[in-house]
Write a protein that binds this ligand. Structure first.
Ligand SMILES: Cc1cc2nc3c(=O)[nH]c(=O)nc-3n(C[C@H](O)[C@H](O)[C@H](O)COP(=O)(O)OP(=O)(O)OC[C@H]3O[C@@H](n4cnc5c(N)ncnc54)[C@H](O)[C@@H]3O)c2cc1C
Length: 262
């Protein structure tokens, strides 16, 4: 059985992030990392394999992104994935959700997957739409926001967390799944895992390897356009209330009321 985990390389939220002149996010000049929410997807893929010990299950970590995006795949390999695939091509820069899902779907078709696992959202664009687009493109059922995954043979039972309810959904593989941050703490790569990852197979595909025309991806064919961006204003110093004469509580209430919190 093949499990493909989609792992996105995102700019580090603690780094100094900026936009390019064309309003795309600078993903080259800033430190990046495997999207934290995709670590849960890797964890669930590894647990799926571990629970079915003795079966031949291969976990492939897949990313679409610039040169540095290979780091996201490496982290997944260090955590325990068996092999990695990085799709990189200059023409992909500026791709929107539709083009990104096209490239991911073509790569998944080439790898072959019985189960595709995604994160619930990326920590940069936070669209939460790629798993659904992948399911549509691959003509597979999708179950999103899974917190518990149990399986036997080709049958999968998934606990799906909604805001006000929890659903239990049964599905037959192959499917596309997205998992939440409630699905279980993601493991840290061990020293052994880090060393082992260096020897694991890591393939690089270009668009032509996937049979995708460069004219189908990139900023020029994006269905949406970012027209402007505004930098978040720098943080201002907080207000300190000194309570020397017992008036502190009143001052706090006045402050909260002035900000319309109460
Ligand atoms: C006009 C425009 C230009 C853009 N330019 C760029 C750009 O230059 N570079 C860029 O990276 N983004 C760019 N984006 C954003 C890009 O379209 C989205 O980041 C991308 O489609 C994924 O959407 P998301 O991050 O919201 O993922 P979500 O839908 O929130 O992701 C859900 C899950 O899908 C999987 N996934 C998503 N993206 C990837 C990926 N690339 N590789 C592997 N798995 C993935 C992960 O498992 C993730 O947890 C642009 C968007 C627009 C509208």
């Amino acid at each position: 059985m093949n499990i493909v985990v989609c792992v996105k390389y995102v700019p580090d939220a603690t780094a100094d992030r900026k936009f390019e002149d064309d309003f795309t996010v600078d993903r080259v000049g800033v430190d990046g990392l495997l999207s934290e929410l995709d670590e849960y997807a890797v964890e669930q893929a590894l647990q799926f394999r571990e629970k079915r010990e003795g079966e031949e299950i291969e976990v492939t970590a897949l990313t679409v992104g610039p040169e540095k995006a290979v780091d996201a795949v490496r982290k997944a390999l260090q955590m325990g994935a068996d092999k990695g695939v990085h799709v990189v091509d200059d023409a992909i820069a500026g791709s929107d959700y539709i083009a990104t899902s096209l490239v991911l779907a073509k790569a998944i078709e080439k790898i072959g997957a019985d189960l595709v696992i995604c994160g619930m959202a990326s920590t940069d664009a936070s669209g939460s739409v790629v798993p659904a687009m992948l399911a549509e493109r691959l003509n597979l059922p999708q179950v999103t926001l899974a917190s518990v995954i149990e399986s036997q043979g080709d049958q999968v039972r998934i606990k799906r967390d909604n805001e006000g309810s929890t659903e239990v959904i049964g599905a037959t593989l192959p499917i596309v799944l997205s998992v939440t941050d409630q699905s279980g703490e993601a493991r840290y790569p061990s020293f052994k895992g880090i060393m082992a990852a260096k020897k694991k197979p890591l393939e690089t595909f270009s668009l032509s390897d996937l049979g995708v025309d460069a004219g189908e991806v990139g900023l020029s064919v994006a269905w949406s356009q970012v027209e402007d961006t505004t930098e978040r204003p720098p943080r201002t110093a907080g207000e300190i209330v000194t309570d020397e004469d017992g008036s502190g509580a009143g001052a706090l209430v006045d402050f909260l009321a002035s900000k319309k919190f109460i």
